[in-house]
Design a protein around this ligand. Structure first.
Ligand code: TYC
Length: 112
């Protein structure tokens, strides 16, 4: 976490606590992160899921194969953690791609 600057209120800032010489720390809040998950089904071909993981999540073939097998055996797996906007984009890309190829593959996101 980065150090935040200290902002000292000057006598002229007219915010009520200036005269008290109050030091306030400018606080930053980390944006929430979202887990993107792939769900198992009985119909989507294994090779298609591997391709999705390579194409949209930048995984190597070996990595993608391993995660695909985890989803196949356990029912689901987290395939990445992203900001809200990026997570939403990934889910949309995967869902559109699956639909275009007429596979029932499901991809969802959930706040971490
Ligand atoms: N269960 C599928 C099959 O046996 C493979 C599969 C893996 C489907 C992962 C979806 O997210 C998934 N063909």
């Amino acid at each position: 976490m980065e150090m935040q600057p200290l902002l000292m209120n000057t006598p002229s800032d007219d915010d009520g606590d200036a005269e008290l010489g109050v030091l306030t720390r400018a606080r930053t809040k980390r944006p929430p992160l979202y887990k993107v998950m792939l769900l198992n089904d009985d119909y989507t071909p294994m090779e298609f899921v591997v391709h999705v993981l390579e194409r949209f999540f930048g995984m190597s073939h070996a990595e993608a194969f391993e995660i695909m097998l985890t989803v196949h055996k356990k029912g689901l797996a987290v395939v990445g953690v992203f900001s809200h906007e990026i997570a939403e984009t990934k889910v949309t890309q995967v869902m559109d791609f699956a639909q275009r190829h007429q596979h029932p593959l499901q991809c969802t996101m959930e706040k971490e």
